[in-house]
Design a protein around this ligand. Structure first.
Ligand code: SAH
Ligand code: SF4
Ligand code: F3S
Length: 498
């Protein structure tokens, strides 16, 4: 996914701006945190939205120790780099940032000060030993399942000579041991992790190794966290998971709930206007989920459903567990249930063994589905994954050419989708101040960032916006006459755009 001008929730691109205040800047406003902070914390997040969520939770766990937000790493007493391992470039960014911070840390120590430097996230999990060897100035290395142990690690780091490393998959769940989410208030649009890890082992992917086995949080914990987020002002919640629709959490009355049932219960929370979920897998779209799309006006008509390739040969080699026709059937079921549903996806070009004809099948699938948005990547070999040692690597030049052709097609489709909204009045959730005075920023049901002039007092409401212009990554419009509108009020009138 390429960085857009505003937060998008369906992406896993290193360095993409996602939630202002956590990713790429200091931790967010710590709200009603008790005593004034005595120490400054800066968290930089790369990778997927789950890392953004985790960064917020690390801020929560450190708040009782007196850590408040720092504006920049250079002004911080503690810096956490929350890393992504999904593609090679994602891990390289870590080592270049560590090089820069080494100088800052040295300078601090030369004047008698101290800076605690921690590396968290998926690179920490996969390459803990390499990090301590290549960057011995790092104090703490912690994997994604050990964030609840952070206070203890900080204490140990102040005593230890070398780095403190915690990359186990502990028997206890971090979710049971982290403080309640929310000291770092998330604002109008909030993330909520409901599921972690992955058991699918696609040939190319590190996630099963970095995040561990699939785990679903109990439904009661999810509902309680959602209610807290709404009480703090969230109007939209995006449920997160590496395979969020594989969710099967313990139900309050015994048994388990799937994602469809969980969404139904969340939709009952008063004040919660919009629900989304990401990232989903085509294999786990069951009838209950399709019915949730049919029945819940709060569930937004936009779905990120990665397909990776349109060739059955490549899908087989990738161990995706479905064919191109299976994917098309899933799309058909979803669109039958929710005709205004727009789709987004992820694609990989140049997986080992991919031939020109396979790539053509991918283009054909894209033409057949028509995506409102999509992310495409060149295959990047990841150490320890089956594809990394597979024969028939695709030459770099072929990967480049395929990526360019695919991205041109996807860009056309995205522009066409955005243009189809011009002239319509759509419900927009106003999420915050805009770039210019008097402007506010919001989001369409299909996740387009929308810019318009409106009173700041409307932030947090869903308002009708007449779309005046479409740009590649955003829309601009004007407040339409009438009071705040519910998303549901438009639902039946709006045919699928594009
Ligand atoms: N769980 C999601 C994807 C999570 S990773 C799913 O199953 O679809 C996010 C995206 O990164 C993937 O969809 C894939 O397109 C891309 N990706 C993962 N590993 C990659 C690799 N080794 N090289 C290139 N892209 C990769
Ligand atoms: Fe990775 Fe495949 Fe699991 Fe998605 S389903 S996280 S691509 S192994
Ligand atoms: Fe990256 Fe880990 Fe997310 S590898 S995409 S941060 S699960």
């Amino acid at each position: 996914m390429t960085p857009g001008p505003a937060p998008r929730i369906c992406r896993a691109e290193p360095g993409a701006p996602s939630r202002p205040g956590v990713m790429g800047s200091g931790i967010s406003d710590m709200g009603e945190a008790t005593a004034p902070p005595r120490k400054r914390l800066f968290i930089r997040s790369w990778g997927c939205q789950m890392n953004v969520y985790d960064s917020g939770r690390m801020a929560d766990v450190l708040a009782p120790l007196g850590y408040g937000p720092a504006a920049a790493p250079d002004a911080a007493d503690m810096v956490i780099l929350n890393t992504c391992h999904i593609r090679e470039k994602a891990s390289e960014k870590l080592f270049s940032e560590l090089g820069r911070l080494r100088a800052v840390k040295r300078e601090r120590e030369a004047t008698g000060g101290r800076m605690v430097l921690a590396v968290a996230g998926c690179v920490a999990q996969a390459e803990g030993a390499e990090i301590t060897a290549r960057a011995p100035w790092v104090d703490i290395v912690l994997g994604p399942q050990t964030y609840h142990r952070l206070p203890e690690m900080v204490a140990r780091a102040s005593r230890a000579a070398g780095a403190v490393v915690e990359t186990d998959f502990p028997a206890e769940s971090k979710f049971d041991h982290l403080p309640e989410a929310g000291a770092a208030a998330q604002g109008v649009s909030a993330f909520l992790t409901v599921q972690e890890g992955c058991d699918k082992f696609c040939s190319f992917c590190v996630v099963p190794y970095t995040r561990g086995a699939e785990y679903s949080r109990p439904a009661a914990a999810v509902l309680a966290e959602a209610r807290r987020l709404v009480a703090q002002g969230a109007r939209e919640i995006a449920l997160l998971g590496q395979n969020v629709n594989a969710y099967h959490g313990d139900a309050p009355g015994g048994g388990t709930w799937g994602l469809g049932r969980l969404l139904r219960e969340l939709a009952e929370i008063p004040g919660l206007a919009r629900l989304r979920y990401t990232t989903s897998h085509p294999r786990d779209v069951d009838d209950a989920l399709v019915e949730a799309h049919r029945d819940l006006p709060q569930l937004m008509p936009f779905l990120h459903l990665p397909v990776q390739s349109g060739s059955d040969r490549v899908l087989g080699a990738m161990n995706r567990g479905h064919t191109a026709a299976d994917f098309l059937r899933v799309v058909e079921r979803l669109r039958a249930a929710r005709p205004d549903l727009a789709l987004s996806s992820d694609f990989i070009v140049g997986h080992p063994g991919e031939r020109a004809a396979d790539f053509d099948a991918t283009l054909a699938l894209v033409r057949e589905v028509g995506f409102a948005q999509a992310y495409s990547f060149k295959y990047s070999p990841r150490p320890g994954t089956p594809a990394a040692s597979a024969p028939h690597a695709v030459p770099e030049a072929d990967k480049d050419a395929r990526l360019q052709a695919l991205q041109a097609l996807l860009r056309d489709q995205q522009e066409q989708f955005n243009r189809s909204l011009v002239g319509r009045t759509i419900p927009v959730l106003l999420t915050g101040a805009g770039r210019h005075h008097g402007q506010v920023a919001g989001r369409s049901p299909w996740l387009n960032p929308v810019h318009l002039s409106a009173p700041g007092a409307l932030i947090g409401q869903v308002v009708p916006v007449a779309v005046l212009a479409a740009h590649t990554n955003s829309l601009s419009g004007t407040l339409a006459a009438g009071a705040a509108m519910a998303d549901s009020s438009q639902r039946r009138e709006e045919p699928a755009p594009a």
